[in-house]
Each structure stands twice: as C-alpha cells, then as structure tokens.
Write a protein that binds this ligand. Sequence first.
Ligand code: GRF
Length: 223
Amino acid sequence: MSRSRLRLGVLASGRGSNLQAILQACSTAKIHAGVEVVISDRAQSQALELARRNQIPAIHLDPKSYSSREDYDEAVVRLLHEHGADLIVLAGYMRLITSRLIAPYRNCIINIHPSLLPSFPGLHAHRQALEWGVRISGCTVHFVDETMDGGSIIIQAAVPVLEDDTEETLETRILEQEHRILPQAIQYLAEERLEVSGRRVKLKSPKPMSGAKVVSPLIEIGL
Ligand code: GRF
C-alpha cells in the first residue's frame, strides 16, 4: 500500500452514506486517500449515483450475467486492478464474497458492520441487537476474511441502546458512528499504522487522544 495516498475501490449495494463519509473525508484531506472506482451489484444503488456526481467511475456489475459467485468476483477483481485500487472498502455491500476476491486483497479489504462484532453478524444487525435486549451496541470496521463478518477487528464505536429505540432510531445512532470510524480506519491504513497479528490489530505509535468519549484510538464511545 502506498504511504502517500491510498487508492480506494469501494463496493456498495445501497444508499451510500458511508461512501459519502469517505468522499467527504478525502475532499477535506482528513484522510490521505481517493476513491478510484465504485462498483455495485445493484443498478439502483445510490452509491453509483453519488460516484457519478463526483466524477468517479461508477460501475454496475450485474450478478445475473455471471454463472457463479466466483466468476462474478473475478470480474470485480479485474475492475479493481484496472483502476489501481490498493484498498477495497465494503461500504454496505450486500453480497457474500468469495476467496477469488479476498485472496488477492488479504488485509487490504475492510468492511463496516452495524454491531459490536462478534455479536450480531449477518443481516438485520439492529433488529438482532434489539431482540437480544443489549444495552450497548455500535459498529465495527474489520478486515474481511472468508468468514461472515468474522475478520480481525480494526476499530469499534459503541452507542447506547435506548428503551424506546426502534430499528430505525438505533440505525441512525449507529450510522453516525460508522461515518466517523470508517474514514478513521482508512486513514490508519493509509498511514500504515496497523499491525495485524492473527486476530489482534494494533495501532503503531498511537497519538495521545483528547475528548472524554475516546477511550483509546481504536475504541470510541458515542454516548
Ligand atoms: C451500513 O449500516 C453498514 O454498516 C452496513 O450496511 C449499511 C450501509 O449503509 N454494512 P450505506 O449504504 O453506507 O448508507
């Protein structure tokens, strides 16, 4: 990965608010990265629209045109290579990905998930959290491996679950934190400050943090 400016390939299926947060962080130089390409499995994804508005190549790759998930992922990898992406960000990408995509980008592919993993992996994380009655939930940025939402954790942010929360209100509270920690994780990668040792991810030379909400550079409490 380049120390100067990371070239991002973003995969997204939906509304694209995390992509928006990344673009904003890039444009204000909060992170030393640029989005080189946005790829979506859904033609209607607002993430594609957002990319086009920002003059970023926006590509819809239709899963129906491929005979297997492996073939599809190979096509994704070709596009990522063509655009010189060196960090892949799954920002609301709703497809299960295969080793064809994971292997060439080991430790260079990250995902944002709306729960404190390993709790509530998979779909409907907010609903799962409410149904369990947890008092604290949040979001996780992690490396992607072959397991579902199971790769090494980079950074987490916690939020309270309130008594009258609905899936929507909890989602809104968590999303606000996602928009902070996803760009933060990208910046740590751009600075080559993450040291991965098995499941454990360490931040090299952590800078002193200010603000009562920040417990450590890799844990944030959004109360
Ligand atoms: C986010 O909640 C993210 O954690 C999950 O999918 C959602 C995507 O939202 N993986 P958006 O498309 O970035 O607005």
